[in-house]
Design a protein around this ligand. Structure first.
Ligand SMILES: [Ca+2]
Length: 223
């Protein structure tokens, strides 16, 4: 440690005083702390329960099957050891699974929410799959509903991760619901197979904000 006024070279920076070093260290510490808090906050504020099926069961999920549709655990995962598969080959029917009424009492009207999930699957003869998000009113009804992505999920044979930034509706007294629907058409032979993994609902811009912070950190290093 030099005395005030002592000149110190630190990785290309000519520092005029001990005070300046301390100020810089405080800035760096504050940045690091902010990132740590943001990461911890994102992890702690996950609203889904067993969104990645790593409990090794279907806990946290509510299923509304059709006559013959199935909702089961699978080892064909996007990450970890487990995912889930919804299979529906009933005619003109919607097999639905959901994380229902999550974040109740925590999410406020108009809050920003980041939703993400990994899906894959296949369809035939008019089958489609949707991901939907609802702002639930306590006692029944919804104040906002949306089809994530605006239409059927573009399923392929490989997992794809989709991320959406949305806002809670004007009444979220019943929390929010992330719902997946494997829907079949009127044709006999209509089938939808939907694999789901890594479902996540977090407050705020979430991972998008962390990416932004990473960008800031890179800029800071370049200066
Ligand atoms: Ca998983």
């Amino acid at each position: 440690m030099g005395s005030p006024g002592h000149s110190v070279r630190i990785t290309g920076w000519r520092i005029k005083s001990q005070e300046r070093v301390i100020i810089m260290n405080q800035k760096h510490f504050a940045s690091a702390l902010f990132v740590l808090v943001a990461v911890a906050g994102a992890a702690a504020a996950e609203f889904t329960v067993n969104g990645g099926f790593e409990a090794g069961d279907l806990s946290g999920w509510t299923s509304f099957p059709t006559t013959n549709s199935t909702f089961k655990l699978t080892n064909d995962a996007n990450s970890g050891s487990f995912a889930a598969e919804v299979f529906n080959n009933d005619v003109a029917a919607a097999a639905v699974v959901k994380q229902a009424n999550i974040g109740k009492g925590i999410i406020n009207a108009g809050d920003e929410i980041t939703i993400s999930f990994a899906v894959k699957g296949s369809t035939a003869n008019g089958g489609v799959a949707f991901a939907e998000f609802f702002s639930e009113i306590d006692g029944g009804g919804v104040s906002k509903s949306e089809i994530l992505g605006g239409g059927p999920l573009p399923l392929t044979g490989s997992y794809q991760t989709f991320t959406f930034l949305t806002t809670a509706g004007p009444d979220v007294s019943g929390g929010v619901t992330l719902q997946f629907a494997a829907v079949t058409g009127a044709d006999v032979g209509s089938v939808t197979v939907l694999f789901i993994d890594d479902a996540s609902v977090v407050p705020g811009p979430g991972a998008l904000a962390l990416l932004g912070l990473g960008g800031l950190a890179s800029l800071r290093r370049r200066r």
